[in-house]
Design a binder for this molecule. Sequence first.
Ligand SMILES: [Zn+2]
Length: 382
Amino acid sequence: MTFDFVFRNARIAGNEDQAVDIGIRDGRFIAVEATLPEGSGPTENLSGRLVVPGFVETHIHLDKSCLLGRCNCEQGTLDEAIAEVAAAKKAFTDEDVYARARSTLEKSLKQGTTRMRTHVEVDPRVGLTSFRALKRLKDDYAWAIDLELCVFPQEGLLDDPGCEDVMIQALRFDVDIDFHLDFGLDPAHLDLVEVCRLTDQHGLGGRVAIGHVTKLSAVPPQALEASAKRLAAAGVAITVLPSTDLFLTARDHDHNVPRGVTPVHRLLAHGVNCSISTNNVLNPFTPFGDCSLIRMANLYANIAQVGASVDLAACLDMVSAASAKLLNHRDYGIAVGHPADLVVLDCESRAQAVCELAQPIFGLKRGRRTFDRPLPRLHHPA
Ligand SMILES: [Zn+2]
């Protein structure tokens, strides 16, 4: 058997105890074996480094990224962020949205992201301007990333509790549903209860996700467990957005500020699928961002006080395999027949990747090299 390329001595995330060889041909994984024969194709030795099938961003707003220079960010509240971005949106053009989104997307690519769902806003202010720009971006960067557009009515549905209509529309168009809900610290009312009920009613289990859900950070363990069991039974996934949740939550506290990040690693044990994602980049919702999902996993692990190796590994899964599952990407993973998407990290295990913010060294999309990040070098005295 011959290959276009062979990577030797690779530790595949999730099965990293033993290094293997990976053979690629025509953009797909053709063989994953302990040892592939010599002379079967051009070869690179990965020296036991960890290989992931690329990072998966489940929740990011490319259309309103990179707005800091145009917005005030004085109070740091959700209301201020929504108002500032709503005002900025009036000046959005196709070219402007495209340029800002491209800048953020290219950062993501260089951090090893190979698949992404972006929430694109449609409303009377911006019309389909952002949608058109991101559709063009999706086509232009198809060589490097699978980009899925998720329509997001930021200005409308927050004032309209009638999510049933949205669910029915989604069912009609046969698309998955991804909510922003239960943001805040008062768990007296949880919208996720209604989402689970409607998910059951319409048979949409496995196709519904909810972002933020910071209210679950404010419930005691028994209530968290009850919500976890309900979410798992309905097949509703949760996405935690640590950077935004930390930045916006509890702005009415001036000391001893709650973190407001739901402990999703505790939901996993009850069968809830969970992902960790970036959400906003360099705008009033989150004035930070390098688009690194490893950094986001590390941030989550740090503030959620995750220390056990198995839980640290799960944090990496929540920016990779679990995220792909949330997006229902069944061709994700380093397995024979799947598209040859891979990213090599400078570490040997998922836990180490999270603890050390391991650097992505290079990546492939469908067998083609898409980026390089050479490792830094020290120059010792002679
Ligand atoms: Zn969002």
